[in-house]
Design a protein around this ligand. Sequence first.
Ligand SMILES: Nc1ncnc2c1ncn2[C@@H]1O[C@H](COP(=O)(O)OP(=O)(O)OP(=O)(O)O)[C@@H](O)[C@H]1O
Ligand SMILES: [Mg+2]
Length: 267
Amino acid sequence: MSGEGTQPLLACRNVSKYFGALAAVSDFDLDVHSGDVVGIGGPNGAGKTTFLDVVSGINPATSGDIRLDGENIAHTAPDIICHRGIARTYQLNAGFDSMSIRENILVGAAFGQGDKGIPRLRYSRSMHQRVGRALELCGLQDKAHLIVRSLPVLDRKLVMLAGAVATEPKLLLIDEPVGGLNPHEVDDVMEIVSGLVDAGMTIILIEHVMRFLLQISKRVVIMHHGEKIYEGDPQGLLSDQRVVEVYLGKGTAKRLQHMLAERGGND
Ligand SMILES: Nc1ncnc2c1ncn2[C@@H]1O[C@H](COP(=O)(O)OP(=O)(O)OP(=O)(O)O)[C@@H](O)[C@H]1O
Ligand SMILES: [Mg+2]
């Protein structure tokens, strides 16, 4: 459960990432406790993906402190960060095209766990069990034999997600899980990510599709020019003047307020 007063699973302090003179992420603070589901939104170029890049070690922070379970990982290599318990998906689909769905996810299951001295030639029973669980959680159990190259965009996104889930991460980072999908597919992914939340996963997700972001996240952060301009509950963001000004616009804020009110009435 998320808990004030306990040590955060992830603690980011004054994290900055510069590309030349551009501060893509600027003095950014974030605490994530076990069981949290934090949604990050904000305009294009706000620094959302760059933040996930520095947390996952893909692109190290220029300055600042990033702690996982109290240990500084700000300058740790991405493979080691994965072994320590942070897995992620990417904004653009990535996968092993010539391999099946099951084989793709097996790579995650084998990579994320245990000691890493020697590359594995054999997959253990527990790895296959993790694959089975990830396939089920991501709704891919009936398609496991299909070759990834031939899959539609939705399934490719789910394969990437399942590969990350199969590492059994302490913290799962998801970058735009529904970008480019139609409304029906958005609903499908929403159900799957809700299932991950129900299974107790701790998640940071980035999304532009606001109905997804607002309904899945327990807490929302809005970034603008690398800085945090809002952190709080999903409802509060819709009446935050700065967020409405720089990101949502009045019309969208109103529409989303209606959506949340209706959903609250139905629950
Ligand atoms: N490798 C890089 N080299 C130089 N500039 C970069 C690099 N990666 C990102 N940037 C710049 O950093 C800023 C933040 O980019 P980032 O991709 O993090 O934004 P974002 O919030 O994820 O946007 P989007 O919603 O479009 O995905 C942008 O101005 C981008 O052009
Ligand atoms: Mg991005």
